[in-house]
Each structure stands twice: as C-alpha cells, then as structure tokens.
Design a protein around this ligand. Structure first.
Ligand code: HEM
Length: 261
C-alpha cells in the first residue's frame, strides 16, 4: 500500500527531524541508539545550534547536577573563615575543571557522521574545552601539592588523596591519547588507523569521568570539607548522580562499536 508520508531527504543514520518517533513494537537496532532511551533521543539535528547539544535529552540533568555541586561546595567554602590561601583554590579549580570537562563531553556526544561539518566543529570545541580543563586540573593539583609542601602535611592522608592521584594520572593518559589522535594522527599510524582509536578514547573518557566524579565525591569525606566546612554529603552525592545520569544514557552505542557505525 502506498505510504501517505511525504518523501523525506535521505539521512542515512539520522532520525529525520520531522519524522514521527518509531513505534517500539517495530523497533530496529540503530547506530544512533543511546544507552538508555530511543534512537535519536540525543542526536544533533540538521541546522540545530551546537549549544543545544549541551542540554539535549538527559543533558539537562547533567547541567542541574553541575550547578548543584558548585553551589553545595563553593558556598560553605567561600563563606568559611579564615580562607586558607593554598587550600581554597583547590576545590574551586577542580570543580571548574569538572564543569568544563563535562561540557566538552556533552557538546560532542550528540554528533553523528551524517552531519560531518557539525561533528568537525564540535570536535574542535571539544578539544579546546579539554585543553582548558587540563590547565584547570593542573593548577588545582599544583596548588594542593604546594599547600602540602609549604605546611609540611603528609601525602595520601585520605581516600580522596588516593582517588585524586589516580584521577590525575589517568587524566594525563587520556589527554595525551586524545590530543595525539586529533593533532598528530601519524603517531597512531596515520589516517584510518588513528580514526579507529577514537572508540578507545571514548571508553577511557567515560571511565575517567566516573573516576573524576568519584574523586569529587570522596572530597566530601575529607576532614576539612566534612568537619570544618560542613558541606552537605547529600547535596554532593545527588549532584554526582545527576551528572552521571545526564551523561551516560546519551552514549550512542554505535560510537562505542556496540552497533554498526
Ligand atoms: C576531580 C577533582 C579533584 C582532584 C583530581 C583532586 C585531587 C587531589 C589531590 C591530588 C590531592 C592531594 C593528594 C596528596 O598529595 O596526598 C587532593 C587533596 C585534597 N583535596 Fe582534592 N581533588 C579534586 C577535587 C576536590 C574537591 C571538589 C574538593 C573539595 C570539595 C577537594 C578537597 C581536597 C582536600 C581538602 C584535600 C586535602 C586533604 C587530603 O589530602 O586528604 N578536592 N586532591
């Protein structure tokens, strides 16, 4: 029987913006299928502005979680007296780094190979934001280590310290991995071989994000943040859950090699 739907331009791996969502009973695996939700739920549409990627689908949960984390930690931190000059900047720099890192992921996640110009543009901004997050993480770590050195404080004094050192080490690997695939693909054998590494960059990236979230959470149990600042653990944990709950369901299975891409 002839279809009553007007013919649509061919978009190979894109849900057409004006097309009705498919009926679940006829659901076919699709490379744009997110980890949770329906195909196309968090996919950048043709002509949609890039900033929409930041809150598309469950992205809005991640933005809410980031705001909650910033407020829950920075208000008690900045209203507490005295403000230790080598300690106060550490949480502020690391939280800003987490914010920038998460925005960099959210910006790129909804892109697809069927909109190559939009994908290339988002990848450029992803790299720039990650460069900024790297500088923030390095500054935040340098200041806390300076604090330890200046005040002759012991290293590995808490679970947070172990998490922190593990996170910083894995972040260094991931930055090196991403920047070399992007800027010097010849290091990975050039062209197509380098392109195949993106899948592993994504796996490692999501793993590192989990570790960064765990490290931020563990900070709420340090003696300073818990006993002296009285930061709400409920606020911190809720913020972290919202960030994870906003980012992870948007993962496109095709980009992880779990569907054809
Ligand atoms: C993902 C982000 C973070 C990373 C990678 C990180 C990393 C680190 C590192 C490497 C240390 C020193 C470890 C040592 O030399 O033994 C440290 C200590 C510390 N951090 Fe963080 N941190 C992060 C977020 C935060 C946040 C958000 C807060 C506050 C809410 C915080 C509060 C502290 C405090 C109070 C210390 C000193 C206490 C201790 O060493 O046990 N950190 N952090």
């Amino acid at each position: 029987m002839a279809s009553t739907t007007p013919s649509l331009p061919h978009l190979p791996d894109e849900i057409h913006p004006h097309q009705e969502q498919p009926d679940d009973s006829h659901h076919q695996p699709n490379e744009n299928e997110p980890l949770l939700g329906r195909p196309g739920d968090a996919i950048q549409r043709p002509n949609a502005p890039m900033h929409r990627n930041l809150y598309l689908g469950t992205g809005i949960l991640a933005q809410t979680g980031l705001l909650l984390l910033l407020l829950t930690i920075s208000i008690p931190l900045l209203t507490h007296r005295p403000l230790p000059p080598l300690l106060t900047p550490h949480p502020l720099l690391q939280l800003t780094a987490l914010l920038v890192l998460t925005e960099a992921i959210l910006l790129l996640q909804p892109t697809t190979k069927s909109l190559p110009a939009a994908k290339t543009r988002a990848a450029k901004y992803h790299a720039l934001l990650q460069l900024l997050s790297l500088l923030l993480f390095v500054s935040g770590t340098a200041i806390i280590e300076t604090n330890k050195h200046a005040n002759k404080l012991p290293h590995f004094h808490s679970a947070h310290a172990y998490f922190g050192v593990a996170t910083v080490s894995l972040l260094a690997v991931q930055y090196l991995f991403g920047f070399t695939i992007y800027l010097t693909p010849s290091v990975w054998g050039g062209g197509d071989k380098a392109k195949k590494m993106w899948k592993w960059h994504r796996y490692l990236g999501y793993g590192v994000l989990l570790l960064v979230l765990a490290t931020t959470g563990s900070a709420a149990w340090t003696e300073y943040v818990d006993a002296q600042l009285g930061v709400s653990k409920v606020g911190v944990v809720l913020g972290l859950v919202l960030v994870a709950g906003g980012v992870f369901p948007r993962i496109q299975l095709g980009k992880l090699g779990l569907r054809e891409y």
